[in-house]
Design a protein around this ligand. Structure first.
Ligand SMILES: Cc1cc2nc3c(=O)[nH]c(=O)nc-3n(C[C@H](O)[C@H](O)[C@H](O)COP(=O)(O)OP(=O)(O)OC[C@H]3O[C@@H](n4cnc5c(N)ncnc54)[C@H](O)[C@@H]3O)c2cc1C
Length: 444
């Protein structure tokens, strides 16, 4: 019998982890609380078509994710397209891609436009010589761009992502992000949508003898030096030689038993959640993949138009637009009823797109997620929790561990690779007591 591992959470990190462990010859059980796999990349159905609840795309630099897609035969399914960026400031829409766009960008005076262009070109290089993990984003950017650009443009953009603490987030986060994205970028999207990736990973886990269970929320987790025991709500227990938890740290604390709780990372991280609405429109919106929305009387602060990237056929010839606001799970907006958000945000979307009428809106859906990413504190590189919970067979692979990489499917896959490589090494060197035989790297 093979060494056994339990993976808690069926988002991309849990799926990639279970896939690698199963391929490495372990007997894997993946437990996902909800009735669907995919976590933040999960989907819903509209007019019989599968659509992501939250906008997702692949970047050409997503090496770890692309390698994983290769392993499940989906790399070639990613369709790449050039995409562009817009910007809505004080209710006016701007294109924000070329030097000419910048020269025409009236929210900034001419000198600031030039300064913005020059500093943005040099920003990645300027960051190399500084300890950006210990530098506040505000201090770094205000110093380079000046007060006016910070206040008019950058502060509202970062506030949108990280809330009130935006200026305090380490500048390293932004620097990493700039390495992944730029205004005019080639972006990718799997031909079968993100669901095809989720389904392929599930199929691979099962083909390698693993078990994938949905509607299986772990209610209690015990971990010691030799084994891990998870308990499901009906009282069923599963014992294993190893476990990997991919659930956000607050959710892990809620299920840890009295022995495990004191061993968990001490760092208290606030998490941003998200409120996000999807609009299926009868006509295109702007043609830009994404546009920050600043000071324009909307509660949302960004618009993502998927159809320039994905085409409209997959949405039954409609155009899909996401709008979003990142916020804490206890905020008034997060707690507000979804129908009332849908109504208000529809009016707000129309107010910044004069060519759009209410009859152009075919369907609106609102989805929320409580844990999107931690708001990282200064100096987090040294405070980042360890992957192995000391003295136990439990490993953690969560969005609190991907820093300084940006939270993305790619970062989760990269993290899962590090964690599974170490776990497989450990399991080979100290097989479970009940399982004497370690299978050769058989099932690859
Ligand atoms: C609006 C938005 C846009 C994004 N855009 C992109 C993008 O364009 N490209 C990109 O690569 N990434 C994007 N991301 C980020 C990406 O979705 C995440 O970084 C990634 O999905 C995190 O995966 P994960 O597996 O670590 O966590 P999650 O996806 O959060 O998965 C954790 C899983 O654990 C489960 N769980 C929780 N508690 C329990 C329990 N007790 N028992 C069992 N299961 C449990 C949850 O149900 C969930 O399925 C976006 C995210 C959001 C919200």
């Amino acid at each position: 019998m093979a060494a056994r591992a339990v993976v808690v959470g069926g988002g991309i990190c849990g799926l990639a982890t279970a896939h690698r462990l199963a391929r490495g010859g372990m007997a894997v059980t993946l437990l996902e609380a909800s009735d669907q796999l995919g976590g933040l990349g999960t989907f819903f159905t509209s007019r019989g078509r599968t659509v992501e609840r939250f906008y997702h795309c692949v970047m050409p630099t997503d090496t770890a994710l692309l390698e994983l897609l290769d392993e499940v035969g989906l790399r070639e399914s990613v369709e790449w397209r050039p995409t562009s960026m817009g910007m809505v400031v004080d209710g006016t829409r701007h294109s924000f891609n070329s030097a000419l766009d910048l020269l025409r960008f009236t929210p900034l005076g001419l000198v600031d436009r030039l300064r913005f262009g020059v500093v943005s070109l040099l920003l990645r290089r300027l960051g190399r010589s500084r300890d950006l993990d210990l530098t506040r984003t505000e201090d770094w950017l205000r110093g380079l761009y000046g007060d006016r650009i910070w206040e008019v443009l950058l502060a509202p953009m970062f506030g949108a992502k990280f809330g009130a603490a935006f200026g305090d987030v380490p500048a390293l986060y932004l620097w990493q992000r700039l390495g992944r994205e730029s205004n005019e970028s080639v972006r990718g999207y799997p031909a079968g949508g993100y669901r095809s990736v989720i389904d392929a990973l599930r199929a691979s886990i099962e083909a390698h003898g693993g078990e994938v269970r949905t509607s299986a929320p772990v209610a209690r987790l015990e971990a010691g030096p030799d084994r891990v025991v998870v308990t499901l709500p009906g009282g069923e227990t599963i014992e294993a030689g190893h476990a990997v938890s991919t659930v956000p740290l607050p959710s892990l604390r809620a299920i840890a038993d009295a022995g495990l709780a004191p061993l968990l990372p001490e760092v208290e991280l606030p998490y941003q959640g998200v409120v996000n609405a999807l609009f299926f429109l009868r006509k295109p919106l702007s043609g830009h993949y994404w546009a920050p929305v600043l000071r324009s009387g909307t509660d949302f602060d960004g618009v993502i138009e998927m159809t320039p990237l994905t085409g409209s056929e997959r949405y039954d010839d409609r155009h899909l637009v996401y709008v979003m606001h990142y916020t804490g799970r206890e905020s008034a907006l997060y707690l507000e009823d979804s129908d009332s958000i849908a109504r208000r945000w529809t009016e707000q979307l129309l107010s910044i797109h004069s060519g759009l009428a209410v009859d152009d809106v075919d369907e609106v859906r609102v989805f929320k997620a409580p844990f999107v990413e931690p708001v990282y504190p200064l100096g987090y590189l040294t405070r980042r929790p360890a992957v192995v919970v000391p003295g136990t067979r439990l490993r953690l692979a969560t969005t609190a561990h991907v820093y300084p990489n940006v939270t993305s499917w790619n970062s989760s896959v990269e993290l899962s690779r590090t964690v599974t490589d170490a776990l497989l090494r450990d399991a080979r060197s100290s097989p479970d007591q009940e399982n004497t035989a370690w299978p050769a790297e058989s099932a690859r």
